[in-house]
Ligand binder design. Structure first.
Ligand code: OAD
Length: 229
């Protein structure tokens, strides 16, 4: 399970970092809600456009690449991410479980339809071709349900895993944070990689304090050595 900390070294700000520039007066938690979009759709749309631009400029880092190596060495690995930035897929992981959606897709706030192409308009946000509702990014906002397929796949993998790696997440947001707890309660070994401590730290069997871009390549190299010898 990864969180925004794994993309920090790619230049994508984490969710709970203080925002900078135009957005310094807002907290991410206040913009990522249905209520914020209802109150001020343009503000929320523009914030996501800014995040999309940052993501387009970003490249996967050594942490993302190490997870590609791990998936090759251990095809049974399930990669669940809370990130909406698509950097795991760009690094080369397939079958990524997108727990919180993907910022590249839009959907209609009113009818939930996903538009077929990029809307040819300068409206911010654009309107849905089908119902005239407003388009929003296809990400999970506070108070919204996790996509059913992602939720089921994530809990199925967690319920049968031997080792659960929690990477670069503050472990504050549920139900995502509940995955590590579910893994611990069925006896899995819990490994946390984080630059700081989190509510999971006291539960984890191993705490690797430091960056994902440092620890994940080290783990991948160890697994490679064990697999090939
Ligand atoms: P947070 O911003 O809450 O936490 C980022 C975590 O990454 C923190 O615990 C940092 O200590 C850690 N961190 C920072 N840099 C790191 C690095 N280089 N290597 C390892 N760890 C590092 O982000 P998330 O936990 O991803 O959901 O947030 C979870 C969810 O909260 C997001 O998916 C988003 C938000 O609500 C929705 O929008 C539904």
């Amino acid at each position: 399970m990864t969180g925004s900390g794994i993309s920090a070294e790619s230049g994508v700000p984490t969710f709970r970092d203080a925002q900078t520039g135009l957005w310094a007066n807002y907290r991410a938690e206040e913009l990522a809600t249905p209520q914020a979009f209802t109150d001020n759709p343009r503000l929320v749309w523009d914030w996501y456009c800014w995040r999309r631009e940052l993501i387009h400029r970003a490249q996967p880092n050594a942490g993302h690449r190490a997870l590609v190596t791990l998936a090759e060495l251990k095809p049974e690995l399930a990669l669940i991410t809370q990130n909406v930035d698509g950097l795991h897929q760009r690094a080369g992981n397939s079958n990524v479980v997108e727990f919180h959606g993907n910022i590249e897709r839009d959907k209609c706030f009113a009818c939930n339809r996903i538009p077929t192409g990029t809307p040819d308009t300068t409206e911010r946000p654009p309107e849905c071709e089908t119902c005239g509702g407003l388009l929003r990014p296809d990400v999970v906002w506070f108070g919204e349900a996790i996509p059913t397929a992602a939720l089921e796949t994530a809990f199925r993998a967690t319920d049968s895993c031997e080792v659960f790696l929690s990477v670069g997440t503050s472990a504050l947001v549920y139900p995502a944070a509940g995955l590590a707890e579910a893994a611990a309660s069925q006896g899995a070994t819990i490994v946390e990689i984080n630059t700081n401590s989190t509510p999971l730290t006291s539960v984890a069997d191993y705490v690797l304090q430091g960056s994902a871009a440092y620890w994940l390549p080290a783990i991948a190299a160890s697994v490679q050595t064990l697999t090939t010898h």
